[in-house]
Design a protein around this ligand. Structure first.
Ligand code: C2O
Ligand code: CU
Ligand code: CU
Length: 507
């Protein structure tokens, strides 16, 4: 147990009733049902949503770009993508696709990424963040610094080392992080996946190559003309601000299918939705073997029937299709049971697997994977800092706050000595779930509500679910780099509406 800290906590936030985001789910459910039964309105053409049926399009896998010392380019541009039948959907994309290309980075090898901003003027400047990476503050994609203006470019340099060794293997992602408009920019398409390959992970013999598949899940809301503008709900004032949609896209394809062989697969799953957590399950009731969280392999694999994954989180699972040739099964999200305790998940189908012939399968899932680093043992029992995520107000009206304050890029709320191992207590004083994300360094979850974390939270993470009333203690070692980094909620409208702070690593 962590010893209680005796000093007085932050000011009580204003609590506002929160009916709306839950209602959004019933709206989404109704819309989903209409889609499922193929309701069409008489006299209208049936483009777009009305002609759309789940599991009619194959899953696409974004192309991979290998990063190294010679910079490779991502061009942010105004493009369109075929998503629904009929008109293409206008988007802002990297290299013309949503998701953007998957970045492949090698542990221990410098990776350079050139980003060119060719977006229309209304998009404003960009700041590209490799989410979950450990790199200097200048390379981190800050909300207001080192911006890439229109028709300009910059090269990000990621050392891919950590404390003198290679960066651990992990499934990361990248996205725009510009001040106040991150939610809009990611919704419009400025996001992609990234994989850090660590040769040390090869010895585990997990499924690899064609049997290792990254999946980016998002929800989007489409208009009659197939456009997907940033939805009005996103700009309402906290606590009702949420960009949610009623169509689930996997790697940019609405509810696709995937032909698989009857063998084991590794799926790297990213929830890149603005607000929506999913409660993932296989519809035939079989379990998934979770092998990794946000910062790579867990100490040991965990069998899971339902996996809750909030915005910005990643989970990696192995699914064994052997013995199921000719079957179909669906990855779905089931409604979250304790709706009263936090932000709900929609009931929706996501991805259909069509199992083909048996294939040779040399892969395995060992019963021990990657242990936590030793420094976690040295984390202080008494939290060094407490961070209350809540609702408050500033001159702009009701806003999301951390310790009663909204984001101010000029203000630093914590100075952390370099190489310090600190324990931070995160408290949710609001009635909405928050997905708390730390930049710069990975963290270990020490405690969740006074108990050790469940086995699936026993690895390193960078984003943690904190439901209303939850008290979650995390520990991090702030190694290598000096400078300012952000700490914020990754529900993107919360982030854009104040729920962000900065800490500075100092000598
Ligand atoms: Cu994925 Cu600060 O963000
Ligand atoms: Cu991040
Ligand atoms: Cu939040």
């Amino acid at each position: 147990m962590l010893a209680a800290r005796t000093e007085s906590g932050p000011a009580e936030p204003i609590l506002v009733d929160f009916p709306r985001a839950r209602q959004l789910w019933s709206t989404a459910l109704v819309a989903g049902l209409l889609i499922a039964v193929g309701v069409s309105r008489p006299g209208e053409a049936t483009p777009g949503l009305e002609a759309y049926r789940p599991f009619t399009q194959p899953l696409q896998i974004p192309r991979t770009i290998e990063l190294g010392a010679k910079p490779r380019t991502l061009r942010a541009g105004d493009d369109s993508q075929q998503m629904l039948p009929g008109a293409r959907t206008p988007m802002w994309t990297f290299n013309g696709t949503f998701p953007g290309p998957t970045l492949s980075l090698q542990s221990g090898r410098v990776a350079k990424l050139r980003v060119v901003n060719d977006l229309p003027a209304e998009a404003g400047p960009l700041s590209i963040h490799l989410h979950g990476g450990h790199h200097p503050a200048t390379e981190d994609g800050q909300p207001l610094d080192y911006l890439i203006r229109r028709h300009h470019e910059r090269v990000y340099r990621y050392p891919m080392t950590s404390e003198g060794r290679g960066h651990h293997g992990a499934f990361l992602w990248y996205h725009d992080h510009h001040m106040d408009v991150t939610g809009r920019n990611i919704w419009r398409g400025l996001a992609g996946m990234a994989i850090v390959n660590d040769p040390a992970d090869r010895k585990f013999g997990l499924p690899s190559g064609d049997f290792d598949i990254p999946l980016m899940i998002v929800d989007r809301r489409f208009e009659q003309d197939n456009s997907a503008p940033y939805p009005p709900g996103a700009n309402t004032s906290p606590p009702n601000d949420a960009a949610v949609g009623d169509v689930i896209l996997v790697n940019g394809v609405p509810q696709p299918y995937l032909d698989v062989a009857a063998r084991r697969y590794r799926f790297r799953i990213l929830n890149a939705s603005n607000f929506t957590p999913y409660n993932l399950r296989l519809d035939d009731g079989s379990s998934m073997t979770q092998i990794a969280g946000g910062q790579g392999l867990l100490p040991a694999p965990v069998e899971r029937e339902v996996i809750n994954i909030g915005p910005a989180q990643r989970v990696e699972v192995v699914v064994d299709f052997s013995g199921q040739s000719g079957e179909k099964m669906t990855l779905e999200s089931i409604a979250r049971s304790q709706l009263d305790l936090g932000t709900g998940s929609p009931a929706t189908e996501i991805l259909q697997f069509r199992v083909g012939a048996t294939a040779a399968d040399p892969s395995r899932v060992p019963n021990k994977l990657r242990p936590l680093p030793d420094w976690v043992q040295e984390a202080p029992e008494v939290p060094d800092r407490t961070w209350a995520f809540g609702l408050g107000a500033d001159a702009r009206g009701i806003r999301w706050t951390i310790n009663g304050r909204t984001f101010d890029p000029e203000r630093v709320d914590a100075e952390v000595p370099r190489d310090a191992i600190e324990t931070w207590l995160i408290v949710n004083t609001s009635q909405v779930t928050h997905l708390v994300h730390l930049h710069g360094v990975p963290f270990a979850i020490l405690e969740r509500n006074g108990a050790p974390p469940p086995a699936w939270e026993a690895g390193l993470e960078d984003t943690v679910t904190v439901d209303p009333g939850d008290r979650v203690a995390i520990a991090a070692r702030f190694s290598d780099y000096l400078g300012r980094y952000t700490f914020h909620c990754h529900m993107l409208e919360h982030e854009d509406h104040g729920m962000m702070t900065q800490f500075e690593v100092v000598e």
